[in-house]
Design a protein around this ligand. Structure first.
Ligand code: FES
Length: 115
């Protein structure tokens, strides 16, 4: 089971939701299902409006994250990810600090999502 904590100045307080094991929804789907006001437009990894800052809260080693090509392109254009961070995500399984909520699939780890 993964705990996903959403934090934003737009919310009165942080909200933690529980994603069941094997849940393969996107972070945006989970936010929408729980009425978390993460911005979005295209839901297809193209507009960049759903950028969120993600940190792993579990003590264990972060699970490697596969970035879609769209996500890499949009985050790089927005200045949220460097070429080095993309390389580290691909070669060392290090998750980058910014993600597109509509492209990020939940993994079995606790995360803090700021937006
Ligand atoms: Fe457009 Fe995620 S909603 S990139």
């Amino acid at each position: 089971m993964a705990n996903v904590t959403f934090s934003s100045p737009e919310m009165k307080k942080d909200v933690t939701v529980y994603a069941i094991a094997g849940d393969t929804r996107t972070l945006l789907s989970v936010a929408k299902a729980n009425k978390i006001p993460v911005e979005f437009e295209c839901e297809n990894g193209e507009c960049g409006s759903c950028q969120v800052q993600v940190s792993v809260l579990s003590a264990k080693t972060p699970i490697g994250m596969a970035l879609t090509q769209k996500e890499k392109t949009v985050l790089k254009l927005a200045g949220k990810i460097t070429a080095q961070q993309i390389e580290e995500a691909e070669t060392k399984d290090l998750p980058p600090p910014w993600r597109l909520a509509c492209q990020m699939v939940l993994r079995d780890e606790d995360i803090l999502v700021k937006f």
